[in-house]
Write a protein that binds this ligand. Structure first.
Ligand SMILES: *[C@@H]1O[C@H](CO)[C@@H](O)[C@H](O)[C@H]1NC(C)=O
Ligand SMILES: *[C@@H]1O[C@H](CO)[C@@H](O)[C@H](O)[C@H]1NC(C)=O
Length: 502
């Protein structure tokens, strides 16, 4: 939901903020180490599951990231995925050690992936290259396709595809269900992939995480993230990924509770996975929800979120904790927002989705590092809180200045939202809200409402005290980073500002 659009200036500054960090990317292994938070939370921390879950993201789950990633293996979706459009799909990707790959994308007619529509088999080669400069923690790679095959799984779908392909590539064959067709092959002039908004630009950005399991230390969970899909279907083919899709699970290490993983891992081109059918329930938003992992947003932003929906009054509160690094350990700033939300109505565009309207009427900002503090202090006049008064770790209400220009936030602000409520394989309640438009704009008009989702939030309980006290700055973690790179960044920022003023 609500989030600041960074203006051009601040995007550049944030980019600079993120380059000088002390975690050195080219190193083979980036490992997060436990940090103590209890000291700042005291008793409250112990009783607050939401804060515990957020803290857990920062240190508890030990994640290691290998760069460049060794992606050889078989990777599958862990649930029915939703792409902008919407498109409902599951994926099964094979990467071989000779750098070739075979990727299966199974498309469905329903949001639980129970009715297969058609399947694409994509073959080619993939070479991981260097650490991404745009998305810290990611690896850029080059791919080349060799062929793309299509099979449809029902007569209505075959007819529908026939019409699309006749229009876009002059398909002459008659599409029959269960027969495979070549949409494109290396060296051919005819390209029928256009008709399906086909793109595997996602393969240009990779990240593989190994997650330590306390109960099974010898069997670390391996997850593969590939690049995001542009929210505008016309932009898909030339989109350079700036964030990720939901992770794929390695078939050797997925959690036994993942039923979808099991079903997808044994499917093939002619036998698409059919996931168990489920009923959709309207979202019950009440309560607290926190991020399941450190999230990546286009524009070099890493964050975790904590939302509270109040029962009586349709009031919501959001805490957005921003970080400079891909494991969310080094805070840059946090935002607290509060406002109203409308009653939900079922979406007619996205099966299973519910539409809401959100408004933000109050906002507080806490700069958490020197660089952001300096940035906020440089902005003049009535653009973001009291000019020149920002202090690291000290929250300021920016409602009187109608938000914060430096962070691209204007109040009051309205957003058109899409929500979906599901469960993870362990049965925990999950809340999905709409994907932000890839171009960085805000869904501030009904036609900009999302047709796909962000990473899910998990339900948690905030204990008796609730949240909303000055919890923000407790997320500042003591870290082993020496301060020198920060000064470097600071110098960079001053340089940029001086430069732009002249
Ligand atoms: C690469 O390896 C796969 C799986 O072992 C094999 O099927 C394929 O033919 C190989 N391709 C090349 C070009 O060697
Ligand atoms: C950004 O995307 C939205 C919808 O996704 C569109 O309405 C808007 O015009 C786009 N803005 C720009 C500047 O391209």
């Amino acid at each position: 939901m609500f989030f600041c659009n960074t203006t051009n200036t601040s995007t550049i500054l944030l980019l600079l903020l993120s380059v000088g960090w002390c975690e050195k990317l080219p190193h083979k292994l980036v490992k997060s180490t436990p940090v103590q938070l209890e000291k700042s939370y005291g008793k409250l921390y112990k009783h607050n599951q939401c804060h515990y879950l957020l803290k857990h993201l920062q240190d508890g789950e030990q994640i290691s990231v290998h760069m460049p990633p060794d992606i050889a293996g078989h990777w599958v979706s862990e649930s029915c995925e939703v792409r902008p459009g919407p498109e409902f799909l599951t994926r099964s990707y094979h990467f071989f050690s000779n750098h070739t790959f075979q990727a299966l994308q199974f498309y469905y007619r329903d949001n639980h992936c129970t009715k297969p529509g058609y399947t694409l088999l994509i073959e080619g080669s993939l070479h991981p290259r260097q650490a991404s400069w745009l998305v810290r923690g990611g690896t850029e790679s080059d791919y080349q396709l060799s062929r793309v095959l299509l099979v449809s799984h029902s007569l209505p779908v075959a007819k529908d595809l026939q019409v699309k392909l006749e229009m876009t590539c002059g398909l002459t064959e008659h599409l029959e269900p269960e027969l495979s067709y070549e949409l494109w092959i290396e060296g051919s002039d005819r390209d029928c992939t256009h008709g399906l908004d086909f793109s595997v630009q996602e393969l240009q950005l990779l990240r593989m995480e190994r997650r330590f399991r306390p109960d099974e230390p010898d069997r670390q969970a391996e997850e593969l993230f590939v690049g995001d899909v542009h929210t505008e279907h016309t932009q898909r083919r030339n989109h350079r990924p700036m964030s990720y899709q939901p992770p794929l699970q390695n078939v050797k290490t997925y959690d036994n509770s993942c039923v979808a993983c099991q079903i997808i891992s044994v499917a093939d081109f002619h036998h698409p996975p059919v996931l168990p059918s489920q009923t959709d329930h309207p979202p019950h938003l009440y309560g607290n929800w926190v991020s399941k992992r450190c999230e990546v947003r286009p524009g070099v932003l890493f964050l975790t979120r904590h939302f509270v929906f109040h029962k009586e009054s349709n009031i919501w509160e959001g805490h957005y904790y921003h970080y400079s690094d891909p494991v969310c350990r080094h805070p840059t700033f946090s935002i607290y927002a509060k406002g109203h939300y409308s009653p939900g109505i079922p979406s007619t565009t996205v099966m299973g989705g519910t539409e809401y309207t959100f408004t933000v009427i109050q906002m507080k900002v806490t700069p958490m590092d020197l660089a952001t503090t300096s940035l906020l202090n440089v902005f003049s006049g009535d653009e973001c809180g009291k000019q020149g008064s920002w202090k690291q770790g000290v929250q300021q209400d920016v409602t009187p200045t109608s938000g914060c220009a430096a962070l691209g936030i204007r109040l009051p602000h309205t957003e058109y939202e899409l929500f979906y409520m599901g469960r993870d394989s362990a049965g925990h309640r999950l809340l999905f809200n709409g994907q932000r438009p890839t171009n960085g704009s805000s869904p501030d008009q009904p036609h900009k409402r999302a047709t796909s989702y962000q990473p899910p939030l998990i339900h948690c309980s905030a204990g008796q005290k609730g949240i909303g006290k000055e919890g923000d700055h407790h997320f500042r973690l003591g870290n082993g980073c020496d301060t020198q790179p920060q000064y470097l960044v600071y110098a960079f920022i001053l340089f940029t500002l001086v430069f732009s003023v002249i």
